[in-house]
Design a protein around this ligand. Structure first.
Ligand SMILES: [Zn+2]
Length: 272
């Protein structure tokens, strides 16, 4: 499932491509991908200008003129593609919602499955975000808030990092990478972490996520035919999805195991 670096990459690309553009038409090919009747969805979005693009946790939001928002979540397989209206070549999957702009380009929302593209008001947006924890690349992510949110937790550190109500936007791939960067084994219980380890963890979280953004995230499919950066993170992972291969730092074989139901990767030499 795309995490902060992947969704931040989409935010950057959408800002570059559709900010300021006017929606000419909307085609809904799968009712379950949206939250309203198709007619209402289409008529509410059509003719509006995209006034802003933002990201919160694993959501990306297109801000429409007049106080409406298109809120999208990719879940497991969702992909967004930008191209010429009417084209089908190069699409990363089956289009479910297509937004055409007056300049002859379109956004294709493909393979959303459990993901979605919802049209909401400011209130709907706030409701969706009300349960989310601290945003790790924002100012609210300071050491006091970080320790405060983990205080008294008795669980394993990796599932805690992935708990969207504590810290949002981190999933299975980057939690493995963050714990490797911090030198902490994913199966450690929160109360066993020393103060120095918590400090290190706090410092590496934004660093690992920002590196992921710089490398274009790990989604393999291009956003547009000219997009050569997206997916660059795949060759950068140090432990994630590298079970049985040598650790890039010390050469020890990377361990792959299931922890709380999720595939987990670590180096038993670099992590304690
Ligand atoms: Zn190692």
């Amino acid at each position: 499932m795309p995490e902060i670096p992947e969704m931040e990459r989409y935010r950057q690309l959408l800002t570059e491509t559709v900010l300021g553009k006017q929606i000419k038409d909307v085609t809904v090919l799968r009712q379950r991908s949206i939250n309203l009747d198709i007619d209402e969805f289409v008529s509410s979005a059509t003719a509006r200008v995209i006034e802003g693009v933002s990201r919160r946790a694993k959501y990306v939001v297109l801000h429409l003129y007049g106080g409406f928002f298109l809120l999208t979540h990719m879940m497991l397989d969702g992909r967004i593609f930008y191209g010429i209206t009417g084209q089908s070549e190069g699409l990363p999957g089956k289009p479910e919602v297509i937004i055409d702009f007056t300049d002859g380009n379109s956004l294709f929302f493909c393979d959303l499955r459990l993901g979605f593209l919802h049209l909401v008001t400011r209130e709907g947006l706030n409701d969706t975000f009300s349960d989310l924890g601290i945003e790790p690349l924002s100012d609210e992510f300071n050491f006091d808030n970080f320790t405060g949110t983990l205080k008294g937790r008795r669980g394993l550190i990796k599932p805690l990092l992935m708990d969207q109500k504590l810290i949002c936007g981190i999933g299975n791939a980057y939690s493995n990478e963050i714990l490797f960067a911090a030198g902490i084994l994913p199966g450690r219980k929160m109360p066993t972490l020393q103060e120095g380890e918590i400090r290190t963890l706090y410092e590496v979280i934004p660093r690992v996520l920002r590196k992921g953004i710089e490398h274009g995230g790990y989604i393999e499919e291009q956003f547009a035919s000219w997009d050569n950066l997206t997916g660059g993170q795949n060759s950068q992972f140090l432990v994630y999805d590298r079970g049985g291969q040598p650790c890039k730092v010390c050469g020890t074989t990377v361990t792959e195991m299931k922890l709380s139901g999720r595939w987990t990767y670590y180096c038993s030499t670099c992590q304690k």
